[in-house]
Design a protein around this ligand. Structure first.
Ligand SMILES: *Cc1c(COP(=O)(O)O)cnc(C)c1O
Length: 359
């Protein structure tokens, strides 16, 4: 009685938890250099820690209408609160969007290499993934996307900047795609590291959705809190079909405190952007790998004459965890999350050591 497409689907490859990584490298978790998940090494705002320490209302259900947060976010994102819905991570909103638009067999345009959740949630929701490969420089192939559209196409996902490649998307390309009648979902998970947004275009377009998250810039990946900016009618529908208490009390308090501590958080974002620039310059000096320009908090590198699997294995034994992709489109690629200066120094030293010993 099980849906046969679920038996066939591959599933998502999630990150290993930090204590498992510690066991693997035989090091305590605080000695690891964990740069595999685009997490924020500076952690969350100290206001979050303080507020959670004082929190004592765990026995009460949280606000199903997410009123305080949506109002605060309205100021942050520059759109009315009626356009905003919170999710348990933007991952949950990807699923909610597909539940709204997909009938069995309907098509979703995915532009690999990209974030794996678009394919995952499409398959879980009974949709069919249509892959339109990015060009060699990882730019979107707009003519091919347009050619792939048919009467069953419902949604296209565009990560801007893209994960794991780091390149931004030209807003004009998105506006071009909006001329079709499919839903265009622009995933701005790395907005704060790029500062280009289409959020203010949402109220003017009936088929544009922008997704954001507190996971990366605000250091709240572990509390699962993200949000979407939707056309008003779609926002109302997502409010209706979402799990009523999807933002738990801790996540609600943490996101609220983050929005009240923007000066601190922008400071950590600025430090990461500065380190991104330095890491890029240093990686460019290594003639055996090619770093791809990035507007996010990570840099993808392609190795020229070494095996990325071996490099990954070698670094892990030293307690340095990067993201290694074992897929045809990302052959011999590793993605380095931008971290603190001392973490970047350690990675650069280890890369040089690896190349020296591998010869
Ligand atoms: C990390 C990431 C997300 C996931 O965000 P959550 O809010 O933690 O679910 C979404 N989209 C992209 C492109 C990401 O890289």
């Amino acid at each position: 009685m099980i849906r046969s497409e679920l038996m066939k689907m591959k599933g998502y490859t999630p990150l290993d938890p930090v204590d498992r990584l510690g066991e693997e490298a035989n090091l305590p978790p605080d000695k690891l250099i964990k740069l595999d998940g685009n997490e924020n090494p500076y952690g969350c705002s100290p206001r979050v820690q303080a507020a959670l320490g004082k929190l004592s209302i765990y026995n009460l259900y949280p606000d199903p209408e997410q009123k305080e947060l949506r109002n605060l976010l309205s100021g942050y994102a520059g759109v009315g609160a009626e356009h905003i819905v919170m999710g348990a991570g933007s991952d949950e909103l990807i699923d909610n969007i597909l539940r709204v638009f997909l009938m069995p067999g309907d098509k979703v345009i995915n532009c690999p290499p990209t974030f794996g959740m678009y394919q995952f949630s499409t398959e879980v929701c009974g949709g069919s993934v249509v892959n339109v490969r990015r060009r060699k420089d990882f730019d979107l192939d707009i003519p091919e996307i347009k050619r792939a559209l048919d009467k069953y196409t419902r949604v296209i996902f565009i990560a801007a900047p893209n994960n794991p490649t780091g390149n931004p998307v030209r807003p004009s390309e998105v506006l071009e795609l909006l001329k079709s009648n499919i839903m265009v979902v622009v995933d701005e998970a790395y907005f704060e590291f790029n500062r280009v947004t289409l959020a203010k275009q949402v109220p003017k377009n009936s088929n544009l959705i922008v997704l954001r998250t507190f996971s990366k810039w605000a250091g709240l990946a572990g509390l699962r809190v993200g949000y979407g900016i939707f056309p008003k009618d779609i926002a109302a529908l997502i409010m209706k079909i979402k799990q009523p208490y999807n933002i738990n009390i801790a996540a609600q308090v943490a996101a609220t405190e983050s929005l009240k501590d923007l000066t601190y958080l922008w400071g950590t974002v600025d430090a990461l952007i500065k380190e991104r620039t330095r890491l890029m310059a240093e990686l460019k000096k290594l003639d055996w790998l090619t770093p791809y320009p990035s507007k996010a908090n990570f840099i993808l590198c392609r190795l020229a004459d070494q095996n990325a699997r071996e490099l990954n294995h070698w670094l892990r034994a030293k307690g340095i965890f990067l993201r290694y992709f074992d897929t045809p489109l990302l052959q011999d690629c590793i993605r380095i999350t931008v971290g603190k200066p001392e973490q970047m120094d350690a990675v650069l030293a280890a890369l040089k050591e690896f190349h020296a010993q591998a010869g």
